[in-house]
Write a protein that binds this ligand. Structure first.
Ligand code: 6GU
Length: 228
């Protein structure tokens, strides 16, 4: 998979893409990350990328030319082109699974008050990571990259995400490792029983309980799916 980031702050990506699993995925040749500073594609002397809004009002608007010119330079054939904005489609695990199957993803990261409306025409999707406003799309695109890349086959053990919260429709059950007792806190007996059927039932029950307490909204979907 090739992932391109159109950004005015390419250095923001340096740490995140060069650590841990995202780094290892690149080293394995499974994914390649490319940052493009679209200021380099501005058409005026001062490399200006934003301008005052027609019709007046507060804030600056991202000009179309730098973004279109930068897009001309990368291979966007069959690419998913994601415009990062708080008014986009909410990103979730299902969306991550869909994007993990793509050959090429382009993130367009704006700052300022907004995008010139014509920039929307080169995007295939508009995406948001939640109901709050960020100063720019960069952190959102890194969050999404993390969620997407770990789902590409070969990046982590397949089994580690079969049980993920949201993949199963429920939140994850509690995990324990050694020691059996720590500061008076004991590992539940069932996990030491060696009875795999009982353990499976306990985990299902704990997942269900946690979901009911914390995210009852998820249960509607889960119950619907499991009644069919
Ligand atoms: Cl993708 N961008 C910005 N600027 N704010 C956001 C967001 C994206 N998702 C949630 N808030």
């Amino acid at each position: 998979m090739n992932i391109h980031y159109l950004t005015l702050f390419p250095e923001m990506y340096d740490g995140v893409l060069n650590q841990s699993i995202l780094k290892r995925a690149r080293e394995k040749g499974i994914v390649n990350y490319h940052t493009v500073n679209f200021r380099d594609y501005a058409e005026n002397k001062h490399n200006q990328v934003d301008d005052y809004p027609y019709g007046g009002g507060a804030g600056m608007v991202l000009k179309p030319e730098p973004v279109y010119n930068a897009m001309d330079e990368i291979n966007t054939k069959n690419a998913r082109v994601l415009l990062m904005c708080p008014s986009g489609r909410p990103f979730d695990q299902k969306f991550a699974e869909e994007l993990s199957k793509e050959e090429t993803i382009v993130f367009i990261n704006g700052h300022y008050e907004g995008y010139d409306e014509r920039i929307r025409n080169i995007a295939t999707d508009e995406v948001s990571i939640g109901d709050y406003v960020l100063t720019g799309g960069e952190l959102a695109s890194m969050t999404m990259t993390d969620a997407i890349v770990r789902l590409i086959p070969g990046v982590i053990e397949e089994e580690s995400h079969l049980d993920d919260s949201f993949s199963t429709g429920l939140l994850e059950y509690p995990h324990y490792t050694r020691p059996r007792e720590y500061r008076g806190m004991k590992v539940p007996d069932v996990l030491l029983s060696g009875n795999h059927k009982l353990i499976e039932e306990w985990r299902q029950e704990e997942s269900y309980k946690k979901t009911r307490e914390r995210r009852p909204d998820l249960l509607e979907n889960f119950n619907e799916k499991n009644e069919k």
